[in-house]
Design a protein around this ligand. Structure first.
Ligand SMILES: [Zn+2]
Length: 192
């Protein structure tokens, strides 16, 4: 389990922020892990703001909802730059479904961290074809801490890092859950 390396250390309080990235396939528990980290900050009475791209409207407009229905209130935004406008004097900024943001998200999270904020990002690292998704590779590069979480392959029970699309749609973004995707390991993803 990820344990925040900075918290409680001497350098805390020097105003330095940092970036954490949680990535993996669908059904790997990315959002649960994001919510776990954010809830612990909320319990410590830190000011937390949470954002997600407007494209992700699967469940509810203003909540970050994970597959197991854990939820936390969030602000849907059109553009990555909107996050700068709305994050104000928060200590911690959470960003869910980061793969759907424009490339500007990279400079946005750098700016937030440079302002002294802790930034926690969750996002899909690969699309349905197994290619790197949107700004996630760059976000990995600029993050201090990267956590890759895994699902379990529905075919063989192995470790799954691919999101296999069950339909024949070929667009990059097809929103959906268990009706549209299943987690698969490298071998079972390749067999189709
Ligand atoms: Zn498998």
């Amino acid at each position: 389990m990820f344990v925040e390396p900075h918290i409680g250390r001497e350098e805390e309080g020097t105003g330095k922020g940092w970036i954490e990235l949680i990535c993996g396939s669908m059904f790997s528990g990315k959002t649960e892990e994001l919510i776990r980290r954010l809830n612990r900050a909320l319990i410590a009475q830190q000011k937390v703001e949470i954002f997600k791209p407007k494209v992700d409207t699967r469940y509810h407009d203003t909540e970050v909802v994970s597959h197991n229905k854990t939820k936390i209130r969030s602000t849907p935004v059109d553009f990555a730059e909107d996050i700068l406008l709305f994050s104000g004097n928060s200590h911690v900024v959470g960003i869910d479904e980061a793969q759907f943001f424009d490339a500007e998200i990279v400079s946005v999270v750098n700016t937030l961290a440079n302002q002294g904020k802790r930034v926690i990002i969750a996002g899909l690292d690969m699309d349905f074809s197994g290619k790197a998704f949107g700004p996630i590779p760059e976000l990995m590069a600029v993050s201090e801490y990267v956590t890759k979480v895994h699902a379990i392959c529905v075919k063989c029970g192995g470790i799954a890092s691919y999101s296999y699309r069950l339909s024949k749609d070929t667009e990059k973004v097809v929103l959906g859950e268990k009706d549209k995707y299943e987690p698969r390991c490298r071998r079972c993803f390749g067999m189709g």
